[in-house]
Design a protein around this ligand. Structure first.
Ligand code: SAM
Length: 241
């Protein structure tokens, strides 16, 4: 997968893209990311990229020309999936990440100020994606969130030890609690079952914890989970304990 990012702040990306699992994935060429400075495409004398909003208002809006030129240059035949990071987009979730991870080429547009001229969205963008119901100053952090989430779905990025299919959301539930050594930390003990070596009991306990946590924290997800009659009955008892 190749990802092109259009931004006014290329300098925000190297530290995030260079570290940890994402850094290794890029180094090993499991995916590639290129940032492009929108300002470099501005055709006016002072490389201006924003202007006042028609109709009034205090904020500045990103002008269409530099963005149109940048996207025409990077994706001339519109072969890429073009995404605008925006609080007005559909909220990003696991299903959307997995679907987008099948794309070969993605272009991500990062807005700033009051956002971008609507004609950019209407004429150039395939979808708007939000990373949550709050407003950030720019699309750079949302773009990095999306890139990180996509990278985890690319084969080979996580390695065998960290299967994405065992994480939260993969089976519609939040993940079970995790513990590591020591088994007793200042009197706080790891649940006995995890030290028992009894694989079936460990699986059962983990599933119960997933159900409990999802039920308590994310009733919206829990309502979509399909449980057998037996499991539903057992859960009714468990949640009342
Ligand atoms: C200050 S915001 C603009 C907000 C816009 N005026 C509005 O009210 O919907 C500037 C840029 O940050 C990015 N952004 C802010 N919040 C975001 C979110 N929750 N998800 C994705 N992108 C976001 C977008 O690229 C946006 O163009």
């Amino acid at each position: 997968m190749h990802i092109d990012v259009l931004t006014l702040f290329c300098e925000m990306f190297p530290s995030v893209l260079g570290a940890s699992i994402l850094g290794r994935a890029l180094e090993n060429k499991l995916l590639s990311v290129e940032t492009h400075d929108i300002r470099a495409y501005a055709e006016n004398k002072h490389h201006r990229v924003d202007d006042y909003a028609f109709g009034g208002g205090t904020g500045l809006v990103m002008m269409p020309q530099p963005i149109f030129s940048a996207i025409r240059d990077i994706d001339p035949e519109h072969k890429a999936r073009r995404i605008y990071m925006s609080p007005q987009g559909k909220p990003l979730d696991d299903a959307r990440v997995r679907a987008l991870a099948k794309e070969e080429h993605i272009v991500i547009l990062c807005g700033h100020y009051e956002g971008v001229d609507q004609r950019v969205i209407d004429e150039l963008i395939d979808e708007e994606i939000s990373i949550g119901d709050y407003v950030l100053t720019g699309g750079e952090l949302p773009a990095m969130v999306l890139i990180d989430a996509l990278a985890r779905q690319v084969e080979g990025v996580l390695g065998n030890e960290l299967g994405a299919d065992e994480e939260s959301f993969a089976d519609g539930l939040l993940e079970y609690p995790q513990y590591t050594r020591p088994a007793d930390f200042e009197g706080h003990k790891v649940p006995d079952v995890l030290l028992s070596g009894h694989h079936a009991n460990i699986l059962k306990w983990r599933r119960q914890q997933q159900l409990l946590k999802t039920y308590r924290v994310r009733p919206d997800l829990f309502s979509k989970v399909e449980l057998s009659d037996k499991e539903r009955k057992a859960f009714e008892t468990l949640k009342n304990q």
